[in-house]
Design a binder for this molecule. Structure first.
Ligand SMILES: [Zn+2]
Length: 233
């Protein structure tokens, strides 16, 4: 299966600008992480750009058409005059499973406001591509809190993993990316104290390994009363 990854904007077109960062650079970074993950999983990946260059919108669609890709994924950041605007949305020419899977995987990973899957007939990369095409607006660069997230590499990696996971789920492909690649950290409050454990994202669900849990909690079993007791270490 062949996927065309499209980092929005580039070169003379910065896209939306935040207080200190530009959409074109964040989109490129996200696309590179996503491409690595998808390649690792076994997809064939082509890019509309891999450097800070300007590529005409129609040329992006033409490249995807000429290479007969199965899915076109454009990555962007949103921008609005209202600095309060926030959340994640996915745009598509018509409702599609890929869009739904990607949007839901992103929301469950980032917890940002779900702006939903939106139909847009006016965007060149959506209306001139002959395959399923989606355009992801990760978050608002014009929103102070979200600009900070967009400039946090580990957050971008989490988004890339969520998008890859969404694509896998859409096509019924098991997510077989390196387990180490999907590991982040989470804080668990046990008996009033905070413990950091590894958190594993798999199939859109979060897991904590039993042996990691055993390192932060005591699990006891009383054979007489048949009761399991759990306490902080
Ligand atoms: Zn954009």
């Amino acid at each position: 299966m062949r996927i065309c990854l499209d980092a929005g904007h580039g070169g003379k077109d910065s896209g939306a600008c935040g207080a200190y960062s530009k959409e074109k650079n964040i989109a490129l970074k996200a696309v590179k992480y996503l491409g690595e993950l998808l390649t690792e999983i076994g997809f064939e990946v082509i890019y509309t750009r891999t450097t800070d260059t300007y590529v005409n919108l129609l040329d992006r669609a033409k490249l995807a058409n000429a290479n007969a890709v199965d899915l076109f994924v454009s990555v962007h950041c949103n921008g609005a005059a209202n600095s309060e605007a926030n959340g994640t949305e996915t745009l598509c020419y018509e409702r599609c499973k890929a869009g739904e899977c990607i949007q839901s995987a992103l929301i469950s990973e980032t917890g940002l406001r779900n702006r939903g899957l939106k139909i847009r007939k006016d965007l060149a990369v959506l209306n001139s591509t002959r395959m399923t095409a989606v355009l992801i607006e990760l978050a608002f660069i014009s929103n102070k809190t979200e600009e900070a997230l967009l400039n946090n590499d580990s957050w971008i990696i989490r988004c890339a993993k969520a998008i890859a996971d969404g694509i896998c789920r859409c096509y019924g492909i098991p997510y077989i990316g390196e387990e180490a690649e999907m590991v982040t950290e989470t804080t668990m409050n046990i008996g009033g104290s905070n413990k950091i454990v590894r958190r594993i994202l798999k199939d859109g669900e979060n897991y904590v390994r039993l042996r990691d849990l055993e390192s932060i909690i005591n699990i006891g079993y009383d054979a007489t009363t048949k009761k399991v007791s759990i306490s902080a270490k």
